[in-house]
Design a protein around this ligand. Structure first.
Ligand SMILES: Nc1ncnc2c1ncn2[C@@H]1O[C@H](COP(=O)(O)OP(=O)(O)OP(=O)(O)O)[C@@H](O)[C@H]1O
Length: 257
């Protein structure tokens, strides 16, 4: 049974069809890349999966339940977390507090406990702090815990953003261009990190990425979108040599490069 399944998903914005009849299956434990030229619909795929947009047509199933039309917070609670193309940390908050914000999301106390700071609240707060520090240790940011997130070097902010997504304990992690703005060495390091978290947290990962070497190096399977349609799907080797892909995407990169 697939972990995630998009069945005939379409997304229409006014007169523009961003996604046409999209079918996508992701098996548990897979690391799947989504590539395609600018405006192909990649981020829109993430936005319909995470409930930012309700698809115009089609269904989205996750863990054998129908997610279509659920609000984003409920989708996070069911085990899907994401990062964004542009880093969206709280720059003035400390590194630790950025993680705690995500932990509070699944806190085991109600509003009354939080307002009156009952014993359950204190115990829960301690537990969440410990867990957050443990997560920071795993991603090698524990030395930064007290610093404002905005003061971290770019690569560490990316890692913190991924750690914050992990704090919601996802089964499925959606990464939107995590290597954007990185040099090739930083990109390679990030990919090793992504492979490592997949093992460590038993994750399934969907990854949007423009950096070809990054995608080819890390993904088992690649889905290529163009004008909101899947034009190819396969292993990195199959994609690298697919004439339609070369025409739609790799050719474009060569021209740009
Ligand atoms: N909220 C929206 N309203 C109107 N049009 C939108 C909206 N969101 C996306 N689009 C359009 O849908 C198409 C697909 O956009 P999307 O951001 O998914 O592409 P992308 O493949 O992620 O591109 P990029 O690589 O540039 O990030 C684009 O033509 C875009 O302008």
């Amino acid at each position: 049974m697939p972990l995630l399944e998009l069945d005939g998903v379409a997304m229409v914005f006014g007169g523009l069809t961003a996604l046409h009849d999209l079918h996508l299956r992701v098996e548990p434990g897979e690391l799947v890349g989504i590539i395609g030229p600018n405006g192909a619909g990649k981020t829109t795929v993430f936005n319909v999966i995470t409930g930012v947009y309700r698809p115009t047509r089609g269904r989205i199933r996750f863990l054998d339940a129908d997610l279509t039309g659920l609000p984003p917070a409920e989708i996070t609670r069911r085990g899907i977390a994401r990062t964004f193309q542009n880093i969206r940390l709280f720059p003035e908050l400390t590194v630790l507090d950025n993680i705690l914000v995500a932990h509070h999301f699944r806190a085991g106390y109600g509003l009354l406990q939080a307002v009156f700071r009952g014993p359950r609240f204190a115990a829960e707060e301690r537990r969440m702090r410990d867990e957050a520090m443990e997560l920071l240790r795993l991603v090698r940011l524990e030395g930064r815990a007290g610093q404002p997130a905005g003061s971290l070097p770019y690569g560490e902010q990316r890692r913190l953003e991924i750690a914050r997504a992990l704090a919601t304990r996802p089964r499925l992690l959606l990464l939107d261009e995590p290597a954007a703005g990185m040099n090739p060495a930083e990109g390679r390091e990030l990919m090793q990190f992504i492979r490592w978290i997949r093992e460590r947290f038993d994750l399934t990962i969907l990854l949007i990425e423009h950096h070809m070497p990054v995608v080819m190096g890390v993904c088992q399977r690649i889905v290529v979108l163009n004008f909101g349609r899947v034009i190819a799907e396969g292993t990195p080797d199959q994609i690298r040599t697919n004439p339609q892909v070369i025409e739609a995407y790799l050719g474009e990169q060569e021209e740009a490069g």
